[in-house]
Design a protein around this ligand. Sequence first.
Ligand SMILES: [Fe+2]
Ligand SMILES: [Fe+2]
Length: 143
Amino acid sequence: MDPIAILHSDHQKFISLFSEIEHAKPEDRRELYLRLELILTLHMLSEERIFYHELLSQAEVADTIKKSYQSHHLVDVATHELKTIAYTSERWLAEFQAIRDNILSHMAEEENFLFPKLREILTSSQLATIGESMTSYRQNLLD
Ligand SMILES: [Fe+2]
Ligand SMILES: [Fe+2]
């Protein structure tokens, strides 16, 4: 399984959930947001514990990977803060949009720089090995 394809497909899900949440009635936000949070957590854990972890040894992307861990940390902090705000308030939407913008810019770096770079520097068998670890990690988390 191609790990980049798995991560790319998660990114697409985030984009569509971002828009659903933004346009939802305030009383429907919570349910949609909790769905987003679950796949976002699964996604960030798969990157941090498998994908990024395997890539730290690749000099050409090591700085980007370190920056990515920091971006995930900021998203973690912000999503915890979001839980202290009423879902139906204007402030919730404003904070949600700020988090969404941060996630979108982090995702753009992965899609536009990291993923293409990895296709250049890793062999398909290296990618397949990472893909296998990621698939079984995700499976175990959900079991
Ligand atoms: Fe990431
Ligand atoms: Fe990602």
